[in-house]
Design a protein around this ligand. Structure first.
Ligand code: GTP
Ligand code: MG
Length: 197
């Protein structure tokens, strides 16, 4: 299945402001600058649906997009970038954690990991938190266009080894994407649509 329509609905500062619904919802989350908004644009074939920036901290609200009039895609602010002001960082993280913990129609979150980096503590802690809170999630390794195949495989292997060390018995699904050369698009869209009843 393809994404035929994608429209921006609204931005919210807190989950309380979002209407309760049973519409299947999927959310993109990850460190600031990892490429969440770019990935949404790539998946929806729109260059500017979600606002992107080379500076971290661009997405500041919970942004709701409606896809094919059937499911929701949520663009969240990023976590943990040193250059984002501390007070803002705390506000983002409350917003994100509240959303993930309490959104009843969240079918799955996608945790985006920068494939250029060796496992980062902040990502591993975030994954661990999702486990404790039973937030369903998958992993997406971004910016694969910047990596040679072997180095990419090495970083993914290290990340997954770190998850086993955390005590996970099985691993979530894993996607490798590039918003630049559009890699991973069909796999991700097909996976999302396979979860929709
Ligand atoms: P925040 O909203 O600040 O949390 O960031 P974000 O995760 O939404 O990142 P965003 O999509 O704004 O992208 C951040 C920067 O990374 C931009 O300069 C993008 O052009 C770049 N970028 C994102 N995805 C890719 C990718 O797949 N490949 C390459 N080469 N650059 C990318
Ligand atoms: Mg963003």
């Amino acid at each position: 299945m393809a994404i035929k329509s994608a429209k921006f609905i609204k931005s919210y500062a807190t989950i309380e402001k979002m209407a309760e619904t049973q519409t299947p919802e999927f959310a993109f989350i990850g460190r600031s600058n990892v490429g969440k908004s770019s990935l949404i644009n790539m998946l929806t074939n729109k260059s500017n649906l979600a606002k992107t920036s080379s500076k971290p901290g661009k997405t500041q609200l919970i942004n709701h997009f409606e896809i094919n009039n059937v499911w929701n895609l949520i663009d969240l602010p990023g976590y943990g970038f040193a250059k984002v002001h501390a007070r803002k960082k705390a506000r983002f993280s409350t917003m994100i954690l509240d959303y993930l913990e309490n959104r009843r129609n969240l079918y799955s979150a996608f945790i985006l990991i920068d494939s250029r980096l060796s496992p980062q503590r902040i990502d591993l802690e975030f994954v661990e938190w999702c486990g404790i809170k039973e937030v369903p999630f998958q992993l997406v390794f971004t910016k694969s266009d910047k990596m040679k195949k072997t180095a990419l495989a090495e970083n993914i292997g290290l990340f997954e080894a770190a998850l086993y060390k955390q005590g996970w018995e099985s691993l979530p699904n894993r996607f490798i994407t590039s918003s630049k050369n559009r890699d991973g698009k069909d796999e991700l869209v097909d996976f999302i649509e396979s979860l929709i009843p």
